[in-house]
Design a protein around this ligand. Structure first.
Ligand SMILES: [Zn+2]
Length: 312
């Protein structure tokens, strides 16, 4: 009996060790003193990137991943690295792959900060985003997402003791976008205003506004020496921001040429191979490029639907 009991205890201990060592759904990368990027893993289990900044008296988290499990794993990593409390989470925008884990961060002590428009969109527009075929479980989860505690339509400075974090409103991806800048570390968390070598989701976007905002990133003092944390894809540099702008400029030009051609649908069909030829190191799937061509075409036609702010 004793042997069996010991064996059983051993199996339980092994099981516990195995689950404690379960791989994180993201890769944590230190990108400055007390500044970390949490980059979605190759299986995309986190759904997007996130990150955090450790100040004198607390931690500010940027974005919350798609699932509570991924956000809880991030909380675990923060607690492993610092005993300081988690005080804030800034949602860069309302999309569920960036807000889905908000409750786990709130449970860990965070005040949820977001653009003013996120409060009206996070439980409603995320359902529209997934379309009619949304799974009931996902629909219920979105309808239960926490609403932000603190909203803004202006830039906001957050002091973590003596550490300054600037939250800026920007235009382009949804109509309710924020970036998070840590000037002492030269780090800008861009949310989905930047994607690295992955076609961006244009469903709520304006490429015209987006290009202007990203030109602003490149015009920041010392941009050449900054680190950019994109919403999707690996940690980026100013070269990646320029590459992303080139991608959007090429998309707009090719779709515009397609619209002017006599056989518009055929011309639009030819956008995908041309984009792949121009950006061979990007992961351009048929599905993603088809959606981008559709939304770009709508924007150029002036028929693009974008989320409408809902009054408080
Ligand atoms: Zn997004």
């Amino acid at each position: 009996m004793l042997v069996r009991a010991l064996l059983f205890a051993g199996i339980v201990a092994l099981g516990a060790a195995a689950s404690a060592e379960a791989p994180l759904p993201f890769v944590l990368k230190q990108i400055g003193p007390g500044v970390y990027a949490a980059i979605d893993g190759p299986e995309h289990k986190a759904g997007s990137n996130a990150g955090f900044i450790i100040g004198d008296d607390g931690v500010l988290v940027v974005d919350a991943f798609f699932t509570a499990d991924a956000a809880r794993a991030l909380v675990g990593e923060i607690h492993r690295i610092t005993p300081k409390p988690i005080r804030y989470v800034v949602n860069t925008h309302y999309h569920a792959d960036h807000t889905g884990g908000d409750q786990a961060l709130r449970d860990a002590g965070a005040v949820i900060i977001a653009h003013k428009n996120v409060r009206g969109w996070v439980r409603v527009n995320n359902i529209n985003l997934f379309g009619d075929r949304i799974m009931p479980e996902l629909k219920a989860r979105i309808e239960a997402l926490p609403l932000p505690d603190l909203t803004t339509d202006k830039d906001l400075t957050i002091w973590l003791g003596s550490r300054k974090v600037v939250v800026k409103t920007v235009l382009g991806h949804t109509g309710g976008d924020l970036t998070v800048f840590v000037s002492d570390a030269k780090v800008l968390f861009t949310g989905d205003m930047l994607w690295r070598k992955i076609p961006p989701n244009l469903i709520d976007g304006s490429v015209r506004e987006w290009l202007a905002s990203d030109a602003g990133f490149l015009a920041m003092p010392d941009a050449a020496h900054m680190t950019f944390v994109p919403g999707h894809g690996d940690v980026a540099t100013a070269t990646d921001v320029a590459d992303f702008r080139a991608y959007l400029i090429d998309l707009r030009r090719l779709v515009s040429e397609g619209r002017k051609a006599g056989r518009k649908d055929d011309a639009l069909q030819s956008v995908a191979p041309k984009m792949r030829a121009a950006h061979p190191d990007w992961a351009i799937s048929d599905r993603l490029i088809a959606a981008e061509v559709k939304y770009m075409d709508q924007e150029l036609a002036g028929t693009k639907k974008r989320p409408v702010p809902i009054p408080d």
